[in-house]
Every structure is written in structure tokens, then in C-alpha cells.
Design a protein around this ligand. Structure first.
Ligand code: FE
Length: 333
């Protein structure tokens, strides 16, 4: 009897330990940088009594880690950028479907996976930026417009190796078809004023320096640079307003298939999609909230409203391989 009692006590301690971890702790693997998530995660801990631990790293490295840890992983949530990366994680089978009325209500459907494997949490617009001293706004129109001969030796782009451009071209394939998109990308390559840059910021700096006249970047990089140097001759142009609208993308999250804590992980993502968290999540990186009841930072609002392409972002993943092949064939490095 005594021995059975001791074993029972040990089991109780083990179970209560497990229950404590399950109820009061979450582990997030985040490709979103620490300074963008730290305060928000601490706020959740204070408000909800749930400790949110995290590691940060590059999207591909985190996915590889999740795959190699398998069912032994401590992680509950993958937080990453770009629908292309979220889709890729879903394809690899590391995400669990989450059914949630809260997420359905807070996040417009084109920002989340049709199978509920991932959910967008902030929106970034990838649009045209131009040198205000050299380009008339009236001469700008669409992404495909930048393939016209008028832009010969005037266009600057980031490398095609970056998922942002793979998603942009995938969405062009989805809206224009493959043949038309190939013509467009070949036109871009013909019009380049310099070989593709390694970052959006370098594209912006080169346009400001007059090395080219126009480029395609995520708006938060524009915000970052302009806040530091408000006098730079750079302007934002909302692409394709007469037709399909601006290409948008998301940062977002999914619950891991091997999370031991799925209900708590779902509650955290729900909280991130709510009004208080959305304001902090979007403003930290000068992005747009996914939750339409939350307004963007006034600095971002000042750029004006725009029409966005509302095609479901899963297309960015589904057509990613086609986009990479197409860009390669077009000579877009
Ligand atoms: Fe970025």
C-alpha cells in the first residue's frame, strides 16, 4: 500500500507538472524579429498569465528545426513572414488545422489558409516607389507597366531569390496567366538600371541616389528609411488601382502539429488577432493590421487608402515553384 501511495504521489507530481506547462507556457518559433514581438508577448503574459517563450531565426532554419525535432519539439506556434513561407510549412505537414470563430471573424478570408493551417496577422503592401524628382506619378500604373520600353534602364528590383518577389510573381501568374507574366518579367529584366539588390532598403537607397527611377518594395521599408531621412526624394505609388489592386502579403502564424498545447496556442493566436494586440503588432513594423476594425499607424495612414488584390494568399505558395522557374527562365537573378 505504502509503495503504491508513493508511486501515486510521483504520478500526481508528474501530471501536475505537465498540466502547469500546458496551461501556463507557450513556445513560439519566430521568423519575425525579436524587437517586433517582445513587448507584445510580455503583454500577453501579464494579461493572461501565460508565459510566452520564443526563439527567433530565419524562416527556412526554423522550419528545418521543426522538421528535425518532429514530435519531440517544445514549440507550439510557428510565426513567420510571407504567405509563401506559411504555405511551405503547411505543405511540409508541420501545421495543425485550427477551427476558430474568433479568427474567422477577425481575419479576412484572403489572409488565411483555406484549410485553416495558417493565419495572417499583419499585412504588408508590395508596391511601386519612385524618385519624385525624376518620375511623374501619372506615368506609373501597374507592375506589368514597368515592363514597357519607357522604363528602359530605369527600373530597380530586389533579387528574385527573396520570397517576397516569388510571391509577387506567383500572384501575377494567378491574375495575368503564365504567358503574360513571363513577358512582364522579361520586360522588367530588360529595363533594369542595375543588377538586382539584396534588400528592399538598398533598392530604395539606389532610387533616392538616382541610380534608377522606380522599384518595387514593401511599404514598411519605405517607412523605416523615410523616418530616418524625411527629405529623400521618394514617393509611394499604389499599383494597379484601376484593376486588380496592390499585391499584399502577410506575416502570420500556425499551430504546430506536434504542439502539446494546441488549445492554448489557438487562444494566443486569437488574442494576436484582437484589437489591442493588432495595433501593437502592426505598428511595431509600420504594417497594416489584418483586423479591419483596427486602423493603421497615422504615419502609414498618411500614404492614403488603396485597393488591394483580394486573391487568397495561398496562391502565392501554390504557384511559388512556377514563379521561381519563370523568373529563372526570364533571366531575373
Ligand atoms: Fe521584410
Amino acid at each position: 500500500m505504502k509503495k503504491a501511495g508513493i508511486i501515486f504521489t510521483i504520478l500526481m507530481v508528474m501530471f501536475s507538472g505537465a498540466a502547469y506547462a500546458a496551461d501556463n507556457e507557450l513556445v513560439v518559433y519566430s521568423a519575425r524579429k525579436e524587437h517586433l514581438i517582445k513587448d507584445l508577448f510580455e503583454k500577453y503574459e501579464k494579461e493572461q498569465g501565460v508565459k510566452v517563450k520564443y526563439i527567433t531565426g530565419k524562416a527556412a532554419v526554423l522550419l528545418q528545426r521543426i522538421l528535425s525535432e518532429g514530435e519531440n519539439t517544445d514549440a507550439d506556434i510557428l510565426l513567420t513572414v510571407d504567405a509563401g513561407n506559411l504555405w511551405h510549412a503547411a505543405q511540409k505537414g508541420v501545421l495543425a488545422p485550427v477551427s476558430s470563430e474568433v479568427l474567422d471573424a477577425n481575419i479576412p478570408s484572403h489572409y488565411r489558409d483555406p484549410d485553416n493551417l495558417w493565419f495572417g496577422l499583419s499585412v504588408r503592401a508590395r508596391t511601386l516607389v519612385y524618385n519624385t524628382g525624376k518620375v511623374k506619378k501619372e506615368d506609373l500604373s501597374t507592375y506589368e507597366g514597368l515592363a514597357a520600353p519607357a522604363w528602359k534602364d530605369r527600373l530597380l528590383l530586389r533579387t528574385s531569390k527573396k520570397v517576397y518577389n516569388q510571391s509577387l510573381v506567383a500572384m501575377l501568374i494567378a491574375t495575368l496567366g503564365e504567358e503574360k507574366t513571363r513577358e512582364v518579367v522579361e520586360g522588367w529584366v530588360n529595363n533594369l538600371a542595375a543588377p538586382p539588390y539584396s534588400s528592399d532598403t538598398k533598392v530604395l537607397e539606389a532610387i533616392a541616389a538616382g541610380q534608377g527611377d522606380v522599384g518595387v518594395v514593401n511599404t514598411y521599408y519605405y517607412a523605416r528609411l523615410m523616418k530616418k531621412n524625411p527629405d529623400l526624394p521618394l514617393g509611394i505609388f499604389w499599383a494597379d488601382q484601376a484593376d486588380k489592386g496592390v499585391h499584399v502579403n502577410v506575416s502570420g502564424a500556425g499551430v504546430l502539429a506536434h504542439s502539446k498545447n494546441k488549445a492554448q496556442a489557438r487562444r494566443f493566436i486569437e488574442w494576436l488577432s484582437g484589437t489591442d494586440a493588432q495595433k501593437i503588432f502592426a505598428d511595431a513594423n509600420m504594417e497594416y493590421p489584418v483586423n479591419e476594425s483596427v486602423s493603421p499607424h497615422e504615419y502609414v495612414r498618411a500614404w492614403g487608402a488603396f485597393k488591394e488584390n483580394k486573391l487568397n494568399l495561398a496562391q502565392a505558395g501554390k504557384l511559388q515553384a512556377d514563379a521561381i522557374k519563370l523568373m529563372d527562365m526570364a533571366g531575373y537573378k
